[in-house]
Design a protein around this ligand. Structure first.
Ligand SMILES: C[S@@+](CC[C@H](N)C(=O)[O-])C[C@H]1O[C@@H](n2cnc3c(N)ncnc32)[C@H](O)[C@@H]1O
Length: 193
């Protein structure tokens, strides 16, 4: 079990235990969320972020880890097994993702490794996410992405800008060995708030 504010979340052993990154993303999402939003969470893990969203808006979630999908479902989240957006139909007002972001050159050994292993530069999954997120956003849609100083925030912001997104830092906190930041992206060439 994991606890966040008044919320108790079941966490299966093969699933990422909610931590500072999860909680920072929850804070950012709750600030950004509008009641009419249709929300998609990528990489839901235990379902902690979606569970907080679900009290205020409609949400569905994905994860590549089958145990995470099971765990999120046990926590009441409508979740689907998928590699990022594969097989996800439709568009969403808000897409949120706390990705695996630690640089690593080792082979994935188990499902828990998928929670943190971001490939050589820490940006392998983030880059794939950024290349596809626009296809799943409504006209006024936006996304929130948790990033770490360990995976190069400037490089991620540059990539977002090069893909045509307006980028904003919405929340940032320094922890013992890294700074965590939540970035917001929205499409530049349409009228947005
Ligand atoms: C850092 S954990 C975050 C879990 C949860 N959202 C939280 O904040 O506590 C990253 C999650 O992304 C999932 N993940 C990793 N690669 C993925 C991919 N290609 N497609 C979908 N989910 C993925 C992992 O299995 C893991 O559950």
């Amino acid at each position: 079990m994991s606890r966040y504010k008044n919320k108790e979340i079941l966490v299966l052993p093969e699933v990422y235990t909610p931590a500072e990154d999860s909680f920072l993303l929850v804070e950012a999402v709750l600030r950004e969320l509008r009641p009419s939003d249709r929300v998609l969470e990528i990489g839901t893990g235990s379902g902690i972020v979606s569970a907080c969203v679900k009290e205020r808006a409609s949400v569905i979630a994905t994860d590549i880890n089958p145990y995470a999908v099971k765990c999120a479902r046990l926590n009441g989240i409508d979740s689907i097994r998928a590699d990022l957006f594969n097989g996800i139909k439709g568009r969403f007002d808000l897409v949120v993702f706390n990705p695996p972001y630690l640089p690593s050159d080792k082979k994935l050994n188990d499902w828990l490794d998928c929670a943190w292993d971001g490939g050589e530069d820490g940006r392998a999954i983030i880059s794939r996410f950024l290349c596809h997120v626009q296809d799943h956003l409504t006209e006024s849609g936006r996304f929130l992405l948790l990033v770490s100083s360990l995976s190069g925030v400037d490089a991620i912001m540059d990539k977002m800008a090069s893909l045509g997104f307006i980028v904003e830092e919405v929340l940032s906190e320094k922890y013992f060995f890294e700074r965590l930041t939540v970035l917001k992206g929205r499409v530049a060439n349409k009228s947005r708030r």
